[in-house]
Design a protein around this ligand. Structure first.
Ligand code: ADP
Ligand code: VHF
Length: 381
């Protein structure tokens, strides 16, 4: 990874993830907007020819299926949305493949489900596949596997998917392309709202009003974009948010859209997975001293500071660390099964060795497998 601290460095960023939303790719008639698609392909192709890598996360499968299936609007029921995605995804990737082929560039399609990021083996599998595509000089095109996912198993939206994929491939920056030219201090349709050019930290978001409602074909609105921004910037990946028409200047590092500076440190992909992607299997409840030790940032979690366990998990599973009042402090990979921990509660390492034997005198969660969860707060309308 090549950390980027300022916008201007984007033009030479070695590896970026670009996400484009449905609203930028489909017209009101429910057919693909080929001009918009080709325009974006030219920008990515130019980077590619300069030896820079780009992974494209594209929405638009469901929207692209609306026209061909003669549907009146974006389907809301699961089965029709799956069918629309099945029809639309093929058309979408075919159009990308054609446009990139005109520039002699090969594309590779990867359709992910949330399971591919929550399970560590599948996460590593997706990572390996994407790395090989990059090595082979292929432009990876990623979308959610909408034809088979149901609401319970979704990433939620492609903004979140893009942030997780940016972590998965260790991207230097994330570019979110949508139908507004940046983040506004209120819904942009409201008179008097202004574009915010730079967000340097969470305090710059105070008082900003975002809506969770998207355009007619998009999902999630600005709220999901800010959640995606928080995942990316919190792990050291800067984000530019702007309209698709601005893709070229945005990727060239010009002052368009909204620039979100990295707020957190770049972390190993394993720690990012624990923090954002892994699905927790249970909870470990800590006493006040253990909460302070864990929040201090250096301590492993020892059995002496545990007061309870919830859920069924086995050693190696992701769990939440919560205080006695129930607030989530951190996430980590447990070193013991849920059924083993009750006998260990409150005991020092020495007492554990004496009562349960060697093998029980180690930390329940090692510091390297523990990631703090940061609080967030936004006004949502
Ligand atoms: N504070 C805000 N700043 C900018 N856009 C906002 C804000 N609040 C809500 N929005 C809406 O979010 C929409 C973009 O979300 P969405 O339609 O889901 O896009 P996409 O399809 O690109 O993912 C914009 O069209 C805009 O109307
Ligand atoms: N995966 C879905 C898009 C989901 C989504 O988040 O859409 P958008 O808000 O337009 O980025 C599709 O291809 O239709």
């Amino acid at each position: 990874m090549h950390p980027i601290a300022a916008r201007a460095q984007l033009s030479t960023a070695h590896r970026i993830v670009v996400k484009i939303g449905s609203s930028s790719l489909t017209g009101a008639d429910g057919h693909l907007n080929l001009d918009a698609l080709r325009k974006l392909v030219q920008v990515i192709a130019d980077r590619h020819e300069s030896g820079l890598q780009t992974l494209l996360v594209t929405s638009g499968a469901v929207a692209a299926g609306i026209g061909p299936l003669g549907l009146p609007s974006r389907p809301r029921d699961v089965a029709t949305a799956q069918a629309a995605a099945s029809v639309g995804q093929g058309m979408l990737v075919a159009r990308y493949a054609e446009a990139f082929a005109d520039r002699s560039i090969t594309v590779g399609q990867i359709l992910l489900t949330a399971e591919d990021t929550v399970r560590r083996t599948r996460y590593k599998n997706a990572q390996r596949s994407l790395e090989r595509l990059f090595r082979l000089g292929v432009v990876p095109i990623v979308n959610e596997n909408d034809a088979v996912v149901t609401d319970e198993l979704r990433f939620g939206d492609n903004d979140r998917l893009a942030a997780l994929v940016a972590q998965l491939v260790g991207a230097d920056a994330l570019v979110l392309l949508t139908d507004v030219d940046g983040l506004y201090d209120g819904p942009p349709t409201r008179e008097g709202t202004r574009r915010i050019s730079e967000v340097l930290g969470p305090s710059d978001l105070e008082g900003i009003e975002v809506s969770g409602r998207g355009s007619d074909v998009g999902t999630g609105g600005m709220l999901t974009k800010l959640e995606s921004v928080s995942i990316a910037t919190g792990s050291g990946i800067p984000v530019v948010l702007t309209k698709a028409d601005n893709a070229r200047p945005a990727i060239a590092g010009e002052r368009v859209g909204t620039w979100f500076a990295p707020t957190g440190k770049r972390a190993s992909r394993k720690r990012l997975w624990i923090a954002h992607a892994a699905r927790v299997q249970g909870k470990i409840v800590l006493d006040d001293g253990a909460v302070d030790a864990v929040l201090g940032g250096r301590a492993s979690l020892l059995a002496a500071g545990i007061v309870g366990v919830e859920g069924e998990f086995v050693a190696g599973d992701p769990v939440e660390l919560v205080s006695k009042s129930g607030s989530v402090i951190a996430r980590g990979l447990t070193g013991f099964d849920a059924v083993e921990i009750p006998d260990m509660l409150g005991q020092s390492s020495r007492a554990l060795r004496e009562s349960l034997g060697s093998g029980y005198d180690r930390e329940v969660i090692h510091r390297d497998d523990l990631v703090l969860v940061r609080p967030k707060g936004l006004r949502v309308s």
